[in-house]
Design a protein around this ligand. Structure first.
Ligand code: FRU
Length: 504
């Protein structure tokens, strides 16, 4: 795309003609090309770009009677490029309806991209706060809408002069805005000049004028990278700060991706900005989970979704004309010093073709009639019995399979996609792109598995959601096989549903 760098800063009440033209061009391109996208690995119940590239979820919100999720979007190629904001709406967080593209980079201050950000409703208007990128400089800008579909840019609201000294202007991004007692706060991912990743807190009374409060977090774990995409939620007296640290070291079975995801529990001091951490967990131990955003729903539930992909690897669907999807939105609950995750209960309305088995013995391998498919929910209680390893193989067929199993001696659940039939090139510095693990106790040799497959994705909720492993799988098979090694195991309360979400 061509950008006119001399274009004047746009602000005020109306979307500029240039913005409208760029959005119309993106939408015309989408309607022309969406039908040409190769369907093989397209999901059926996950949000994904109609064509082109998607990364982070942005602006997850409830406004004008609907849920909205925006996303980092490059319509014109299945590769990252000048960032637009794509837009979906939904009545139930499962069935997404494509909306016109919401933002395109066109102003002097955002000409190189409208990067990640968040949304908030104020006085009946929907506001998007996003990172404006121009000539390597990152600032925060605002856009607003009175109908939830068309947005007008309002200009920069946190400019370069508002960045505290000693923090990089090249790494100052992903504002997460929230309100407490009528005051607006915003957490921004950042990097100190000493190379440490950081998260900064700002406050505002009107979303337009912002004042720096203080540093919420800073440490050297990002190895000269940024704490990207902060998000925030409160569970009673406990606050949770979600971040996506770049380049964090692997720590045994945790943080095995080159860029990680974690949440800290503790308390955010709104006066000083400081986040006092009492606990910390990897949010999802799988291959493909980044840039999580959270939203408190009108009914009080806290929901999270994330980009179901990972930077710096090869992307098998790129030659198909699309890349990237969002995880199932997940309800978060706080219990016993950690967060538990479950897919939003609205998914249950789309269950069909129930197949169930109260109990089955697994001695070697076991197939159960009717338990198969690649757009399904599968749950079971694994009883390890006398086995050393037991679990399930999914996406089986044509010599391909993906194993999800419990390793008793190591007390680990493993998600092994080595034999999925497609090679994903690991990110530079990543030890592999085929095995991810989660440490979890199988009390009494038993563990609950709840698995969602959607053509090319697999989300594994363990032990009631205390650990989750998410990964993409590019395989043709639909077979499912339970297995045990080193002795007999049992599967109990096996339940399989097809998830059938009509396309919009
Ligand atoms: C995270 C991220 C953000 C940035 C966006 C750009 O995945 O790098 O920090 O705003 O993607 O697309």
């Amino acid at each position: 795309m061509q950008y006119d760098h001399a274009h004047p800063v746009c602000s005020g009440q109306n979307a500029s003609p240039r913005q409208s033209k760029l959005l119309a061009r993106a939408d015309a391109y989408i309607s022309q090309r969406a039908g040409m996208v190769e369907q093989t690995f397209r999901h059926t119940y996950h949000a994904m770009p109609p064509v082109g590239w998607m990364n982070d979820p942005n602006g997850l919100c409830y406004a004008f009677g609907k849920y909205h999720v925006f996303y980092q979007f490059h319509p014109y190629a299945a590769a990252w490029g000048p960032m637009h904001w794509g837009h979906y709406t939904s009545n139930d967080l499962i069935r997404w309806e494509l909306q016109p593209t919401a933002l395109a980079p066109d102003c002097a201050y955002d000409k190189d991209g409208c990067f990640s950000g968040s949304a908030i409703v104020k006085d009946g208007m929907l506001y998007l706060m996003y990172t404006a990128v121009a000539d390597g400089r990152q600032t925060q800008a605002l856009a607003r809408s009175s109908d939830g579909v068309h947005f007008e840019k309002m200009g920069q609201v946190i400019a370069e002069k508002d960045i505290p000294r000693d923090y990089s202007v090249a790494d100052f991004r992903d504002p997460y805005v929230f309100v407490r007692n009528g005051v607006y706060y915003c957490l921004i991912g950042s990097k100190h000049v000493d190379g440490d990743g950081a998260v900064l807190l700002y406050r505002s009374d009107d979303l337009m004028q912002w004042r720096y409060v203080g540093r919420a977090w800073k440490d050297g774990r990002t190895h000269n990278g940024t704490y990207e995409c902060p998000a925030f939620a409160s569970f009673g007296n406990v606050d949770a700060l979600f971040v996506s640290p770049q380049f964090m070291d692997c720590d045994g079975d945790r943080y095995e991706n080159i860029h990680s995801n974690l949440y800290m529990l503790g308390k955010l001091d709104l006066q000083t900005g400081e986040f006092r951490r009492t606990a910390e967990c990897e949010t999802d131990g799988g291959f493909d989970f980044y840039a999580a955003q959270t939203l408190t729903l009108p009914d009080g539930r806290t929901v999270m979704t994330a980009w179901m992909q990972m930077w710096d690897r090869s992307f098998p669907t790129a030659p198909h004309g699309w890349v990237g999807a969002l995880t199932l939105p997940r309800e978060l609950t706080y219990r016993d010093g950690k967060l538990f995750q479950a897919p939003v209960r609205e998914i249950e309305a789309y269950r069909t073709d129930r197949v169930s088995y109260p109990q089955a013995e697994v001695d070697g391998t076991l197939r159960l009639d009717g338990v198969e498919g690649n757009t399904i929910e599968l749950s079971f209680d694994l009883d390890l019995g006398a086995s050393a390893r037991a679990g399930v193989k999914v996406f089986c067929g044509d010599g391909c399979e993906v194993s999800i199993y419990y390793d008793r001696t190591k007390e680990l659940v493993c998600f092994d996609r080595l034999h999925m039939g497609t090679l994903i090139k690991a990110a530079p510095g990543e030890h592999d792109s085929v095995l991810r693990r989660a440490h979890i106790r199988a009390e009494g040799g038993r563990l609950h598995f709840r698995i969602f497959l959607d053509v090319s994705s697999c989300e594994v909720f363990l032990g009631g959601g205390e650990q989750v492993l998410t990964g993409n799988v590019y395989s043709a098979g639909k077979g499912i096989e339970f297995f045990s090694e080193g002795g007999k195991a049992f599967v109990r309360n096996v339940e399989k549903y097809t998830i059938n979400v009509p396309r919009t």
